[in-house]
Ligand binder design. Structure first.
Ligand SMILES: NC(=O)c1ccc[n+]([C@@H]2O[C@H](COP(=O)([O-])OP(=O)(O)OC[C@H]3O[C@@H](n4cnc5c(N)ncnc54)[C@H](OP(=O)(O)O)[C@@H]3O)[C@@H](O)[C@H]2O)c1
Length: 245
């Protein structure tokens, strides 16, 4: 039987893109999904689609920049399913721009969602995973957590931070808690719609012509989860074959 079957999996940012694709794939493998994001209509439609296809899912509207809402998401998982096996810290945004434009509000949003949201997720599930003596934290970093791109300094800084956190969780998780850092390259999702600078949006639009399907990342996440408990897949980089950097 697959190691995915029956696992309780929380996904932040489940309302589109990688989160949504991962929810569909894991539901097909028999996981019990707990879906979080801000757009309730999208979460409800996803929950309904999963249930219609014979899967199990609940959702809770969650803004990951609010620690109490992330705690409530973890609590909802425990109330519905009694445990938390996997947290996928996936919510993120990428409003790229050159530093000289001083889009400080966007820098702060990236820090709040891409870093603090991940920390709130970790804090919400770690005590439960310790009590269970088992758990798995999967963080969405990026190729931008390995390489710094033009006009992407702040986004890259957040994704380098996520990579560092994943390694810290791996080291401190010991024998009980697995840690996986997922680093996608260009993937076709709504991520690029957060870019407000027209020049940067144009350049990124050209790069994303090679973007691969979100299910490529969902498959990588499923691979990490389905390994036996004594196997910890720590780092996966998944690029379009054509992507140069
Ligand atoms: N697509 C790529 O090329 C790529 C490459 C490398 C890494 N990544 C990473 O993959 C992750 C998923 O991105 P994606 O590509 O799937 O983009 P996406 O389609 O834009 O999805 C982002 C998700 O994050 C959620 N989100 C944003 N702010 C939030 C908040 N404050 N609280 C809760 N949820 C929030 C959004 O939902 P709501 O708006 O409903 O809240 C949405 O579901 C991100 O961390 C991104 O940095 C993506």
């Amino acid at each position: 039987m697959s190691e995915i079957n029956g696992k309780v999996v929380i996904i932040t940012g489940a309302s589109s893109g990688l989160g949504e694709a991962t929810a569909h794939r894991l539901a097909k493998g028999g996981a019990k999904l707990v879906l979080g994001a801000r757009r309730e209509d999208r979460l409800k439609a996803l929950r309904d689609a999963i249930v219609e296809q014979g899967g199990e899912a609940i959702y809770r509207v969650t803004d990951v920049t609010d620690r109490s809402q992330v705690e409530a998401l973890a609590q909802a998982a425990k109330e519905a399913y009694g445990r938390i096996d996997v947290l996928i810290n996936n919510a993120g945004l990428m409003p790229l721009s050159p530093l000289d434009q001083l889009k400080v509000d966007e820098w702060e949003k990236m820090v709040d969602v891409n870093i603090k949201g991940v920390l709130y997720g970790l804090a919400a599930v770690l005590p439960t995973m310790r009590e269970q003596h088992a758990g798995h934290i999967i963080n969405l970093s990026s190729v931008a957590g390995h390489v710094v791109f033009p006009s992407a300094a702040v986004y890259c800084a957040t994704k380098y931070a996520v990579k560092a956190l994943s390694e810290g969780i791996r080291q401190e998780g010991g024998e009980e808690i697995r840690s996986t850092n997922i680093s996608p390259g260009a993937v076709a999702t709504e991520l690029t719609t957060t870019i407000s600078d027209p020049e940067t949006a144009k350049g990124v639009g050209e790069l994303y012509e090679m973007a691969i399907d979100a299910d490529a990342i969902a498959r990588a996440i499923a691979f990490a989860i389905e390994q036996p408990a004594d196997v910890d897949v720590n780092e996966l980089i998944i690029r379009p074959t054509k992507q140069p950097l």
